[in-house]
Ligand binder design. Structure first.
Ligand code: AMP
Ligand code: MG
Length: 342
């Protein structure tokens, strides 16, 4: 397995290696602005299958196809619905995945048997260069073992995939920290399937109309997006997500911790909550006013809990507006969709 640094991405040897590995059906781990991805040639079913094996991912959970340039879009999608244009113009390249009708170039292994495919053009220049060097569309889910938090640091992908892929690129900490927004544009009214850094409000403002929000679909309902039915992002410990006034949430955590072994307790919270809580393992998400900063630390914090073998994890619920919707979507999954109201 080869490991390269992001700063070396323009070296001919690195590009050549990426090209050779992807052309021969290998796997490449690379940074994007959202989370790290584990990529393969999206047109090669055998290469695609290797991703599912490496991740332990259910085969009906489709992969997002990444392009470096919008000019290649019509090779992978049949048609571009009118309402997709303003979104592509405004948010591509960037953390927005749009779901279109797929062409035959994209095999069913990528789409989980669906006729549609999710497409994204990452803004991360290393990710773009990986795709250009490969010379084919790259399907890349988040680079984490299925069910575990997505990777936002190189250490995370190293611990999940060392020796199991052909090449890894170390891009340090990612800038956004949450997976892309997924929006289905094949329907007359677009449907939000996964909230992300491009928020529902941003999409509605760009389109000038309301969209359908399917992100609250419960586990037992029929999911609009296959990924919705899987309990993602779960650390091994039990996650308590607590909603209420700050003082009440803090009191609940302090009271609840008392009956536990302090070495098995972890608190993940915005800075404002932590000064009043006395415990061994605290992860500071950053100030609550800075949700961008909080977002970059969520998966890192959840993974840290596993590293420390924490059994009881306490997290205050955050406001659901704007980026908060995407953050709470991930936290709810980590907490098995349960919220404790205090
Ligand atoms: P990941 O690659 O791990 O970020 O997960 C991709 C997410 O996008 C999953 O939740 C998928 O269910 C969703 N997705 C990808 N392609 C489609 C599609 N064609 N239709 C609906 N959802 C999709
Ligand atoms: Mg994922």
């Amino acid at each position: 397995m080869k490991i390269y640094l992001d700063k070396d991405i323009n070296k001919p040897k690195v590009k050549e290696d990426i090209h050779k590995i992807v052309s021969s059906g290998g796997l490449v781990v690379f940074p994007t602005e959202t989370v790290y991805g584990i990529g393969a040639d999206a047109t090669n079913p055998n290469a695609v299958k290797k991703i599912f094996v490496a991740k332990g991912r259910p085969s009906d959970n489709p992969l997002i196809v990444h392009l470096a340039d919008q000019k290649d879009l019509l090779t992978v999608v049949k048609e571009i619905p009118k309402h997709a244009y303003p979104l592509m113009e405004k948010y591509w390249p960037g953390p927005l995945t749009l779901v279109f009708q797929k062409t035959d170039l994209i095999p069913k292994e990528v789409s989980g048997g669906l006729d549609t495919v999710g497409i994204r053009i990452p803004s991360n220049l290393v990710a773009q260069e990986v795709i250009r060097s490969a010379g084919v569309p790259i399907c890349a889910p988040s680079a984490n073992v299925s069910g575990k938090p997505s990777s936002t640091l190189f250490e995370h992908v190293k611990s999940d995939f060392d020796g199991k892929v052909d090449l890894m690129i170390d891009g340090g900490k990612v800038t956004i920290g949450l997976e892309s927004t997924v929006l289905d544009v094949t329907t007359p009214i677009p449907v939000l399937l996964r909230p992300g850094a491009i928020t529902k409000e941003m999409i509605e403002n760009t389109l000038g109309v309301g969209i359908i929000d399917a992100t609250e679909t419960k586990i037992n309902d029929i999911p609009r997006s296959p990924g919705m039915k899987y309990a993602h992002y779960a650390p091994t410990g039990n996650v308590s997500l607590i909603e209420g006034r700050k003082e009440d949430v803090i009191s609940y955590i302090i009271e609840n911790m008392k009956s536990k072994d302090i070495k098995e307790v972890g608190v993940i919270a915005p800075s404002e909550y932590l000064t009043d809580i006395d415990c061994m393992y605290k992860v500071d998400l950053g100030p609550i006013e800075d949700l961008n900063e909080v977002a970059t630390n969520i998966f890192l914090a959840l993974r840290q809990m596993d590293t420390l073998n924490i059994k009881y994890i306490y997290i205050p619920a955050l406001p659901k507006e704007g980026l908060g919707q995407a953050i709470m979507n991930r936290l709810l999954k980590a907490a098995g969709n349960q919220v404790i109201h205090v």
